[in-house]
Design a protein around this ligand. Sequence first.
Ligand code: PLP
Length: 376
Amino acid sequence: MSLFDVYPLFDVTPVKAKDVYVFDNKETKYLDLYGGHAVISIGHSHPQYTASISEQVSKLGFYSNSVQNPLQKNLAELIKHMSGCNDYQLFLCNSGAEANENALKLASFHTDKKKVISFKNSFHGRTSAAVAATDNTKIVAPINAQQDVIFHELEDLASVEKSLQNHDVCAVIIETIQGIGGLNEGSTGFYKGLEQLCKKYNTLLIADEIQCGFGRTGDFFAFQKHGITPDIISMAKGMGNGFPIGGILIHPSIKPSFGLLGTTFGGNHLACSASLAVLSVIKSENLMENTKQVATYLINQAASLPQLKTIKGRGLMLGLEFDFPVATLRKSLIYNHNIFTGSAKNPNLLRILPPLTLKKEHVDIFIDALKKELNP
Ligand SMILES: Cc1ncc(COP(=O)(O)O)c(C=O)c1O
């Protein structure tokens, strides 16, 4: 049977990985500045992480959400402790799209409205409402297009307010820092303005922190820099360091009822043990502080590259924008220098999404490779 051929693949076959390095079936060692698409947070095969999952699977890998699962409560406590989002409630699921799907559904239940406001260049996932709220018509099937989503430019509060004036918008959903869309981020004034408008028109503000959350920017959540209080925060990616897990944090003003949301696999014992280990390592190894320091170093080192136009993003979620399309450069970095990086909708942007354990010495390897490719 053939695979459904939807992914353009690089000719690399990873078979093992350790911290910031991935090894392929020919024993070639790659520096992972892509983190499997912003997923690897505490480094590949971290011993505490593998021990946590291994011990858990040898005891109880899964039971359904019809019985007590203390690991979910432990995870909620630890997220509260690490994020400072004190009174929120946690609902667990399996992926980013599912997190946003539940966030949008909950907003609709809570407000009894059904339109959504999203932003140009956004990406929120590939399922029903999440894909409809994604600014990419190529991945929106007719069955998804029935959702009523209005797209606005970042910073355009006047247009957002105009759309809210019909009182039929259940949610404004926004990636605090856009991922694939190209690392764009609104100003603090814009985020605060959105928060106020949402309150005024009884609309929920959903912060999509699936890529930029869980320590990636050096703050636990990226929105925290802007001093706002979203109604719902969606999470996934770095949350499980590769184990599939997603979730939403729900403001206490939104009340649960039995059956309102649900999932078979979400919040299972293995996923919780993975995420608990992630949080414990982020804390014990001071990875958010490391993220800030190494990011500053990377930004300073990259500034001397002559073809670089600008550096976008924060922490270890960065985009190096060059004055030429970077597709060939990305290939050269992989095949000539054994370095994984990411791409974006903007063809000139090279994305850097490494494990948060990255060190200055790894940055030096990257900058050296870039210099060799850019000034041969
Ligand atoms: C900001 C953002 N939201 C949602 C998603 C969807 O997550 P998933 O692929 O786990 O469904 C992604 C994935 O890249 C993302 O970057």
